[in-house]
Every structure is written in structure tokens, then in C-alpha cells.
Design a protein around this ligand. Sequence first.
Ligand SMILES: Nc1ncnc2c1ncn2[C@@H]1O[C@H](COP(=O)(O)OP(=O)(O)OP(=O)(O)O)[C@@H](O)[C@H]1O
Length: 258
Amino acid sequence: MENVSKRYESPDGIVAALEGVDLSVGAGDFVSMVGPSGGGKTTLLRLIAGLETPSSGTVLVDGEPVTGTGPDRGLVFQDATLFPWRTVAENVRFALEVDDTEPERARHRVEDLLSMVGLADRADSYPDELSGGMRKRVGIARALAPDPDILLLDEPFSDLDVATRETLQADLLEIWNRLGKTIVLVTHTVGEAVRLSDAVAIVRGQPGRIETVVDVDVGRPRRRGADGYGEYVREIRTSIRGDHSTDGIANKLDHRPN
Ligand SMILES: Nc1ncnc2c1ncn2[C@@H]1O[C@H](COP(=O)(O)OP(=O)(O)OP(=O)(O)O)[C@@H](O)[C@H]1O
């Protein structure tokens, strides 16, 4: 993203959601965005997805300006809205129907995706027969169906219990390792960002800016007690609050200018 600003027109006037955002995400990287509510994280994701156009500045994917949505970018929203009248397999297949994939290939692809997210035996279930965590898995499988290079996730695990959330986090890492996708995740949970990402972007202010990008230098797999893990979580929380400590990791933060 090069010097991207976004203003929305609303009945109450113009809302400046983002201002002067520069962000670079390397191919295959896992980057999270954290920050206070209303700071513009979802807007950032929607701009990359091509669901919104910047008011100024440029969003580039693989060097090409984004002009709309595309199969190179898969999106998972918080409420992974599935079609209730379609089975699990049919929900995943939907993403391929748009693409006009040949039926036999589509069937195999759906089977592969469902086994990857651990739902091979639920292909014929309907969404309301699934748990919340299972529905999220279907949402992820559906987003992966067109084999996008980039997976964009907007608080995908926020309404799940801790155990399910941790399982899905581990599964997402597994998918990332296996498929080598670039992942951009919006989350309210700093621990989740530190557990999963190569880098954590702190988005805050009104209008929102990327204040800091913290490279997470903790070996994988990461556990809560791992060296440095807790320090990153604490320092990022402090940064989100806007309290710029000069202690600890704050000194090591990678201050990339806007
Ligand atoms: N379609 C829209 N029309 C008008 N204003 C909008 C629209 N979408 C977002 N905004 C405003 O833009 C700002 C940023 O919103 P955004 O949803 O991107 O923030 P966020 O960081 O994702 O928030 P949260 O963490 O609460 O999801 C907010 O002030 C919001 O009210």
C-alpha cells in the first residue's frame, strides 16, 4: 500500500478512516493488524481485497494496482456467512462455480479442501448442523477454493471459545506452512497476532495510520511461555494504548515511516 488514504461519505459527513498508509507484505508472509476499534483495520483489508477503492494512494498486488476483487485474494469474514440451504461441500464448491471449474475437478478440489480443514466427514451436513468452529473451517475452505495467493482474514476466530480458537489457529498455521500463502489477519487479540505472525502492524488514530510494524522474532512453534513471547504481547499492548515506553522490545520495534 503506497500512501493510501480512505474517506467514507456517510449521512453524518465525511469519515476519514485511513491516512497515508504505507505497508509492504512479502509474498508468503503472515502479517497481522491490531489496534483500537475504529482505527481502520477492516478498511485496510477491504482495500487489499478490492472491495473498497482508496480515496488517494495505490494498493498493489504483485506490482499491479488493485481494481476490484479477484481470485488471487481470498477473504474470510468474522461471520463466515454460509448459504444455509447448501451443504458444506456445496458451500465450498460455490467459490468454484463462479470460476466455472470443470465439475470433476471441482469435486476433487472440494474433497481435498474439506479434508485439509478436517471436515471430510461433514461434506453433506448443512451449516446449522455444525459448531461455530466448524463453520469457520468451511469459511476458510471456501476462501481457499480458488487457490488464492493471498488470504485475508477479518477477526475470523473472534466469537469462538478459547480451546476451539487455539485449534483453529494451529490449523491456520498448518495451512500457511503447507500452501505457502500470504496471510493478512485482522485481530483484536494481541496474543493471537504474536502467536501467528511474522510481523504485527499497529493501526491506530483517527484517521487511522500504521504506527509501527513489529517484526516478531520468536522461534516457531510458538507457545505462550516461549522466550520473548510475553514481552512482545506486553509491548504491543502498550503501543496500542499509545503509551510509548522506551523499555524492552519497544526499542527494537521496526519503526517504518508512514
Ligand atoms: N461504509 C462505511 N461508511 C462510513 N464510515 C465507515 C464505513 N466503514 C467504516 N467506516 C468508518 O471508518 C472508520 C474505520 O472503520 P474500520 O471498520 O475500518 O475500523 P476497525 O479498526 O476495523 O474497527 P473494529 O476493530 O471495531 O472492527 C470508523 O470510523 C468507521 O465508522
